[in-house]
Write a protein that binds this ligand. Structure first.
Ligand SMILES: [Zn+2]
Length: 465
């Protein structure tokens, strides 16, 4: 498909015929990005007040919440009123589905959506037509930052079975054709499928490649070891998991192009995205409100890490207000040299529950483990599993260049942090298993009623998506 034809004729025509409203949103978002910080935040506040008022007037679940918080409709002209609302959990959404839908059917037809549970409890929710168009439009804007134009060929190395299944039916094929897009499954990354993927990529010649960090790093490692190249790729988006520096390095070396970080999820689409300068992730504040909160529910200062809570400013059909997404991150106190007014997030630290705990009070997140196992040869890839507080199992794929005593060295380093009684069992494996949604989890904590219990059950029942 010719990108020029697609960009200028077919894509706009397709969206005009379907009445999606995507092109209008794209134009609006392109303008917004160059507003000053104050102007764009004023726009966000206006959208927030409209949403809060709509939720009060039309959504029984929120009407009850606002009333319980002592708020009346007139209070909602102040965007700060949102801080009086309790945070929203996945469990609450699942339990109160019907009363969370707008009675006046604002936003148009509802589209059912769900998450697999790999990032916590599985969630069933709805997005309306308007927010679906906004999500699509914001993704187009964010990709333009990387020099990827509407209509340019794109590929994904993706694991969400739901997306793959959706794109396999006739409607999905039409969608892929109109969007000049192919999807490759990240489930089976053995040498023969990796070789086949490289052939497919070179045939299709995508400009943009989107993936989870784990699978793209695996593909990149294979390309480097076998001398393969995919020269058409000009930008890579890494999404859905924490991107570690060693992964970024290997991917950029294999593809000879930059890797950009995207923070998004199925519930909201793209929340924040790096631009061409890569000085942080620009928050799409004209699409959603991101709050970063301390354990007492107060807003964290820039550069202070806290829990990420998100409000979708466009989904009127089933408003998600102050939703606990389950990740931690921090805002930046800097502005990006690109000149866009959209504020920056410094980093996304991953899931709030991706932490190994020890009886001495230590809580060690992903960064500790990746830095440790990269600090000397011996371990190619790993997964730390905690089933009880007193110890961990480290599953690892051995590295041929390991020197004697590397496991003792790692054990000693872990016990320095977690106490000398802390048990560390190393288990060599051939490969690290992926989750039901095709992601690679470096840390799995099964302490308490953590979300991993849900993922585990989903695996046992063979639930996909
Ligand atoms: Zn920028």
């Amino acid at each position: 498909m010719n990108p020029f034809l697609l960009r200028n004729i077919i894509f706009p025509l397709y969206h005009r015929m379907t009445g999606s409203g995507v092109m209008g949103r794209v134009r609006e978002l392109r303008r917004n990005q160059w507003l000053s910080r104050d102007e764009i935040l004023a726009l966000q506040k206006k959208k927030l007040c409209l949403l809060l008022r709509h939720a009060f007037e039309n959504v029984p679940f929120y009407r009850e919440r606002f009333t319980a918080a002592g708020l009346s409709v007139s209070d909602l002209d102040d965007p700060a009123a949102i801080s009086c609302l309790p945070l929203l959990t996945k469990k609450e959404i699942n339990e109160h589905q019907q009363i969370m839908l707008a009675e006046n059917k604002a936003g148009g037809r509802l589209i059912a959506n769900s998450t697999s549970g790999s990032t916590g409890e599985a969630l069933r929710f709805f997005t309306d037509m308007r927010s679906t168009a906004c999500r699509r439009a914001v993704a187009i804007r964010n990709q333009e930052w990387l020099g990827v134009k509407l209509g340019d060929p794109q590929a994904s190395l993706w694991g969400a079975a739901m997306d793959i299944k959706k794109l396999a039916n006739i409607r999905g094929r039409v969608h892929r054709w109109f969007n000049n897009y192919i999807i490759l499954s990240s489930y089976n990354l053995d040498p023969s499928s990796l070789r086949e993927y490289i052939v497919q990529l070179n045939r299709f010649a995508p400009v943009l490649l989107t993936s989870y960090p784990g699978p793209i790093a695996e593909l990149a490692g294979f390309m480097l070891s076998q001398g393969f190249q995919v020269p058409s790729v000009k930008a890579i988006i890494s999404s859905a998991e924490t991107l570690y520096p060693w992964q970024k390095e290997i991917v950029e070396r294999a593809f000879s192009c930059p890797v950009y970080n995207r923070y998004g999820c199925r519930e909201f689409g793209d929340i924040a995205h790096e631009c061409e300068r890569r000085e942080g992730l620009h928050v799409n504040v004209d699409r959603c409100l991101v709050e970063i909160l301390d354990p007492w529910g107060q807003a964290c200062a820039p550069r202070v890490s806290g829990e990420i809570v998100v409000t979708d400013l466009d989904n009127y059909g089933m408003p998600l207000i102050r939703y606990r997404i389950g990740d931690r991150g921090k805002f930046s106190d800097r502005s990006c040299s690109c000149g866009r007014g959209l504020p920056l997030m410094e980093e996304i630290e991953g899931r709030t529950l991706d932490v190994i705990r020890a009886p001495n009070g230590s809580a060690l997140g992903g960064t500790f483990w990746t830095l440790l196992f990269r600090s000397r040869p011996g371990i190619q890839s790993f997964q730390v599993v905690q089933e009880e507080i007193g110890g961990i199992i480290v599953k690892y794929v051995p590295d041929q260049s390991a020197a004697d005593g590397f496991l003792e060295y790692f054990t000693e380093k872990i016990q320095e942090k977690c106490g000398h009684d802390f048990r560390v069992d190393f288990q060599p494996v051939e490969r690290i298993e992926q989750t039901v949604s095709g992601k690679t989890r470096f840390i799995i904590s099964k302490l308490g009623n953590g979300p991993d219990a849900v993922e585990e059950k989903a695996t046992q029942k063979g639930i996909k998506g």
